[in-house]
Design a protein around this ligand. Structure first.
Ligand SMILES: [Zn+2]
Length: 396
């Protein structure tokens, strides 16, 4: 998402006040290296809008008491949602100080139509707002995370595996139903944002996050903001080619040789030619049978079944090649590799590290840190709540 210079200044001021407040205007000026005129202008604006409040410094010093700035927790509520891998729509309500006020899961019916799924998400949000007990008018923004190719500037979902009726203006539809501003974004980007706002990347404005789950999602964060292509699209790391586009394994996108066809829950089940389990994985929400089959493969590999171990070695190797190519092309410096099923990453790790080393130019490989971890609960919807906060802060 492209923000104006003014909006970026407002965002960095809000981030600094949020992470370091109470903080004075003088300290903000030094910290952000912006002119004092800019700091005065931006802080006056956020105080006027009730996003930040002033308080007199409690410690008495000689001379004039300094005014300290802090985020006003009661300045508004934002909502983040993600599609659950089990039962439906995860919804999280957060105040401006990033405190979680309410969380729930709304059950969604199984759906193949994006138009119907969008209507169900709007209904789920209405139900969540009702059960939160929070005043509807206090909700400033909603951010909806969906797995797919999203034009986040217009709220249009251009493609989502197994969903008919794309492209579809998901954001405008939900906004019209709820009468609350809505942003739609790829769910993986929400996770990168959660790492930056609440997690391990708080002090790292530049990193690549790779999430290996049903499919593979990656997000590059640069100067604290997820990057997007010239059409506003998110990165489709799942479909980076790691094998022949003629003879490689078939992918759910219709192509061949894609990373996701080897390295994902989908990819592992592809190795088994388990078409029925595939169908289950890509239903919304995914059905238990597909995930059950996947967990069965994990258990057998953990027990040392050579045929099953080979699937994870293959997945690790393909991921190592894809990430290595990315490092060669873009030098992200820091990579978070994560999954909601950490056992899968553990099985893949030796082959991943070996392939990464072989695929990456040594000078780049030596300067790249890799961290492997699991996805924390609520991480996806919290990241979307962070996006809603970001949108609130940058809007004028
Ligand atoms: Zn593909």
């Amino acid at each position: 998402m492209r923000y104006s210079e003014q909006a970026l200044n407002r965002l960095s001021v809000m981030q600094a006040i949020g992470s370091r407040g109470p903080i004075s205007r003088t300290e903000l000026t030094a910290l952000l290296q912006l002119s004092s005129a800019t700091i005065t202008e931006v802080t006056a604006d956020v105080v006027r809008r009730g996003l930040v409040r002033e308080r007199k410094e409690s410690i008495k010093r000689s001379g004039r008491p300094r005014i300290q700035l802090e985020v006003n927790p009661d300045g508004g509520i934002v909502v983040g949602t993600s599609l659950s891998e089990k039962s439906g729509l995860n919804v999280t309500f957060v105040n401006l100080a990033s405190d979680i006020l309410f969380q729930c899961v709304e059950t969604l019916p199984e759906e193949r139509s994006l138009v119907d799924l969008t209507a169900n998400i709007a209904s789920g949000l209405e139900a969540a707002i009702a059960s939160s007990g929070l005043a509807r008018e206090s909700i400033s923004r909603i951010a909806v995370g969906l797995p797919g190719l999203v034009d986040r500037e217009r709220g249009i979902l251009h493609w989502m595996a197994t969903m008919e009726d794309s492209p579809y203006a998901v954001g405008p539809y939900i906004e019209d139903r709820l009468k609350i501003p809505v942003t739609v974004e790829s769910g993986g980007i929400g996770m990168a944002r959660a790492e930056y706002w609440f997690g391990r990347a708080r002090k790292r404005p530049n990193f690549l996050l790779v999430d290996v789950d049903l499919t593979v999602v990656a997000t590059l964060v640069s100067d604290g903001l997820p990057t997007a292509g010239s059409h506003g699209f998110n990165m489709e790391f799942a479909h980076i080619k790691v094998d022949s586009v003629v003879n490689g394994r078939e992918c759910y996108c219709g192509g061949r040789g894609c990373l996701a066809a080897y390295c994902s829950f989908f990819g592992i089940l592809s190795a088994l030619n388990d078409k029925a389990a595939h169908e289950d994985l890509f239903s919304v929400p995914p059905l238990a049978n597909g995930m059950g089959r996947f967990h069965d493969v994990v258990r057998r590999a953990q027990a040392g079944d050579p045929a099953m171990v080979a699937h994870f070695d293959m997945a690790g190797e393909k991921l190592g090649v894809a990430v290595g190519n990315y490092i060669n092309a873009c030098d992200p410096g820091y990579i978070f590799l994560m999954s909601s099923d950490k056992a899968m990453l553990d099985l893949m790790e030796p082959a991943f590290r070996a392939a990464l080393k072989a695929a990456t130019l040594p000078a780049l490989e030596q300067n790249t840190e890799i961290e492997i971890g699991s996805v924390a609960p609520s991480w996806r919807e919290l990241g979307m709540a962070a996006l809603a906060l970001e949108q609130l802060f940058v809007s004028s």
